[in-house]
Ligand binder design. Structure first.
Ligand code: A3P
Length: 305
């Protein structure tokens, strides 16, 4: 199923037709979650693959065997994509199924309403999200032409890119305060990966010994994942992702937006951000901290509302 140029429109949002069909999106909203399921939720480019790696490693007590032999999309398939049912059936994660989704809360919330599935919402500062998404559009042939960065930024701020508005996504999911939902940020993971894994393993009720924790840290590092073909998307053919145009594991940093935003673009972004986030008190980490400033308690995570 190539459908590289097809756009699937669902509830007013567009999705890449290469991965989604009307039926797969409908089926996602009818999915029957088990309380033992683990659901990773994110807006694209927020650290989804990183979280898939971390959850796989925690579930395997830090042993990398599974994360190095099975592609991320098979270990933690996307609920709304057309291959989901087949992958889930073949999944080795029998006890705790790991499922991923980019769907916004207003669509998936009703499906999850009475479920105790363990949800992990990963967010990232939106300037780095849009820059990462821009570079990804340039290499992923199943996404529309990116155009110039200022044009792309406009589409991001208008909410007309694939997967819909970032603003709705963050507001919808961040307002979920039930115990089964853990909020974590890309920046928190960048600044204190050990602490982040500890929070995640507690949420997943999967305690780790010190050695196991250290192994998780080691195998989910940017360098390890960049070299892991089961996580770096190099298994995907050139027709679908042009690896000559960029790497999926691109920079993995906080604050790379500064290389793309001019002063004018930044002013424009801030004014739109301020008005759209007026009703949402979340704070974001926009810059890589100086090494002596690193202090996980400074990280504004989504659950501090
Ligand atoms: P950049 O393009 O800024 O480098 P997603 O998986 O949601 O599509 O997010 C992809 C982004 O997460 C990319 O960001 C990628 O480099 C980054 N990423 C993936 N694994 C990472 C890791 N172990 N450490 C830091 N960043 C990581």
């Amino acid at each position: 199923m190539a459908r590289l140029d097809v756009v699937e429109t669902f509830h007013g949002l567009s999705f890449p037709g290469h991965l989604h069909t009307e039926d797969s999106l409908q089926q996602a909203l009818k999915f029957s979650f088990k309380d033992s399921d683990i659901l990773i939720v994110s807006y694209p480019k927020s650290g989804t693959t990183w979280m898939q790696e971390i959850v796989t490693l925690i579930s395997n007590k830090g042993e990398p065997q599974m994360s190095q032999t099975l592609p991320n999309w098979a270990r933690a398939p996307w609920l709304e994509q057309h291959y989901f049912a087949a992958l889930l059936e073949a999944s080795p994660c029998v006890k705790n199924r790991v499922i991923t989704t980019h769907l916004p809360h207003h669509l998936l919330g009703p499906t999850l309403k009475d479920s105790k599935a363990k949800v992990i919402y990963v967010s990232r500062n939106p300037k780095d999200v849009v820059v990462s998404f821009y570079h990804f559009h340039n290499m992923a042939n199943f996404l529309p032409e990116a155009g110039s960065f200022p044009e792309f930024l406009n589409r991001f701020l208008d909410g007309t890119l694939h997967y819909g508005p970032w603003f709705d996504h963050i507001k919808g999911w961040s307002s979920q305060t039930k115990n089964n939902v853990l909020h974590i940020t890309y920046e928190e993971m960048s600044m204190d990966i050990k602490g982040a894994i500890e929070r995640l393993s507690a949420h997943l009720q999967s305690p780790l010994l010190e050695d196991e924790l250290n192994n998780c840290v080691k195998h989910c590092s940017f360098g390890s994942m960049k070299d892991n073909k089961m996580a770096n998307y190099t298994l995907v053919t050139e027709e679908i992702m042009d690896h000559n145009k960029g790497s999926f594991m691109r920079k993995g940093r906080i604050g790379d937006w500064k290389n793309m935003f001019t002063t004018e673009l930044n002013t424009y972004f801030e004014s739109v951000f301020e008005s759209k986030m007026e009703d949402c008190p979340l704070e974001f980490v926009w810059d890589e901290p100086q090494s002596d400033e690193t202090n996980p308690t400074d990280v504004a995570s989504c659950d501090k509302q």
